[in-house]
Ligand binder design. Sequence first.
Ligand code: CDP
Length: 237
Amino acid sequence: MSPKDKINIAIDGYSASGKSTLAKLLANKLGYTYIDSGAMYRAVTLFALERGIIKEGNIYKPSLLEILPQLNIEFKKESKNYAETFLNEINVEKKIRTLEIAKYVSPISAIKEVREKLVSLQQSMGEKKGVVMDGRDIGSTVFPDAELKFFMISDIDVRVERRHQELTQRGDKISKTEVKENLRKRDYIDSNREESPLIQVEDAIVIDNSEVEMDELLIKLGKIAEDKITYLNQKVS
Ligand code: CDP
């Protein structure tokens, strides 16, 4: 490692635990690239819905596998000052954040072939390091060698409140009960699936953001990251 070398940072945790907000801020602070792996699973779900592969609540896996090679996901900066999600060249950032997508994303994410495709894409995005990626299996499967790993937890009611606010601000008419049910279901499927379930890896630092303000957390994580980068660079120089 040379003094200018960068590291990869993995942030895993439960649904709506505040991972993406924190990951985005941390990446900005360090001058790193933020990658929202959940957005990629959401984009696959949108793709499946738009192609009629999810009908009346059923996912037609063989049809999805057939068209999976036609799917391309990228992150690009367009009109905003942050990167947005593009599905086959179309900006889908807004479309992937609905409750409709959230309803199907966990069963879609449990499909082995979907995971293989996205994990390989995510690994190539992190090849040059300098990436902060959030998700469910980043520290365990995508970047098992990440120099720094965080596992975020947050009280269920805080998570419901946060997600409900986000969705209503976007114009979705939805009750807190529906949000809670969706978060619970997703947490269950994500934690119990066969393919790289959500787990807290041994070398992850646990961060509870139920009561702590985001600013405070950012200072804490930024310090941990900067210390780690300095330590690793000193070790090799
Ligand atoms: O924002 P929120 O925490 O609600 O979820 P997300 O990060 O957008 O992820 C949406 C869904 O994608 C999760 O519930 C998982 O089913 C799946 N996912 C996954 O399986 N692996 C990842 N690395 C990231 C997301």
